[in-house]
Design a protein around this ligand. Structure first.
Ligand code: NAD
Length: 325
């Protein structure tokens, strides 16, 4: 099997190069993102392998089918970046449904502790021998309330962590899980009762801008918001308004609705064109990171193994257990 591997970073090669050998497959590592004008690089390949910011449109699926590419291997759990309707019945979409939910939940907790206790600012101050703690007062999490939106694998892991702080957990999910020791509320109630809100649902038509102006209005004064799921769950302009009015005390964003083409890249010598992102960066109580909640050794290894297993199953006509369509 021959696979065109788009958006390759050095940390992908470390895992995938030896595995390609083990699975006796040929991987063409491409640094280019998967775009209409880079699709031709996959000519002669059986599959393409993409990451979360490679947007696959209907036109691109048409072209892949013409090129007789049989599958799109996603190195991710989420599949909102692929036009699934256009792919149905024409090309296999295989994903990695779970690689390390704990990695993402632990990162969400780290973001919460950072924005709440200003460790990001304390770090830069003390490096400069500015030992003043003025302006760095946080809040104690003990016995505060957390609202978890989406109680799947990552949400459940986050719940376990926050219970360690003895926090009261409220939750919202389309499909409440009766086995969880949490109180499910409807969204407006969750917004009104939570000191911190952490997003762990997928991006769908229903969850697009689930945090908008109206939602923020319903939240408590001084709420903390953490998003490690998908950027477009939050209406960024409404978020900025919430920060300006000081309704929101702190925000941790590992994802951003316009992250494609920006996140994962070193743009330190470029002029940033996205004024909304630039504005977000000016708030001392906002922490933006580059979609790295998943980024642990364990998770990277699991992504590589599961992706290669997906390719192997496809090549050998085995059951495609991780198929999206
Ligand atoms: P999961 O499928 O186990 O859980 C998702 C939960 O969301 C499910 O319980 C589902 O019922 C619920 N849900 C679906 N639609 C909903 C809606 N409209 N309202 C409320 N709840 C809804 O997924 P997971 O493994 O826990 O991952 C959650 C999300 O985390 C993924 O969709 C992905 O976007 C994101 N993620 C981010 C990173 C990162 O590095 N930052 C890594 C992996 C996953």
């Amino acid at each position: 099997m021959k696979i065109a591997f788009y958006t390759t970073k050095p940390y992908d090669r470390i895992w995938f190069e030896p595995m390609a050998e083990g699975y006796k497959m040929e991987i063409i590592f491409l640094e280019a993102p998967c775009k209409p004008n880079t699709l031709n690089l996959a000519e002669g390949c059986d599959a393409i392998c993409i990451f979360i910011n490679d947007q696959i449109t209907k036109d691109m699926i048409d072209r892949l089918c013409e090129m007789k590419v049989k599958a799109i291997l996603l190195r991710s759990a989420g599949f909102n970046h692929v036009d699934i309707e256009a792919a149905k019945g024409r090309i296999h979409i295989l994903r990695v449904p779970s690689y390390s939910p704990e990695a993402v939940a632990e990162y969400a907790a780290a973001m919460l502790l950072t924005v709440n206790r200003f460790t990001h600012r304390a770090y830069t101050r003390t490096r400069d021998f500015n030992m003043s703690i003025n302006g760095l007062m946080g809040t104690t999490l003990y016995q505060k309330t957390a609202g978890i939106i989406g109680t799947g694998k990552i949400g459940q892991s986050m719940i376990r962590i926050l219970k360690g702080f003895d926090m009261k957990i409220y939750a919202y999910d389309l499909y409440p899980n009766p086995d969880l020791d949490v109180e499910y509320l409807d969204l407006p109630e969750l917004f009104a009762k939570s000191d911190i809100i952490s997003l762990h649902c997928p991006l769908t038509k229903e969850t697009h801008h689930i945090i908008d102006k109206e939602a923020i209005c319903k939240m408590q004064e001084g709420v903390y918001l953490i998003n490690t799921s998908r950027g477009a769950l939050i209406d960024t302009n409404a978020l900025i308004e919430g920060l300006l009015s000081r309704k929101i005390a702190g925000v941790g964003l590992d994802v951003y609705e316009e992250e494609s083409g920006v996140f994962f890249e070193d743009l330190s010598d470029k002029i940033i064109q996205d004024e909304t992102l630039a504005r977000l960066m000016t708030f001392p109580n906002v922490l933006v990171t580059s979609h790295m909640g998943f980024f642990t050794t364990e998770a990277m290894q699991a992504i590589a193994i599961e992706t290669m297993e997906n390719a192997y199953a496809l090549e050998h006509g085995l059951e495609l257990v991780n198929k999206v369509c």
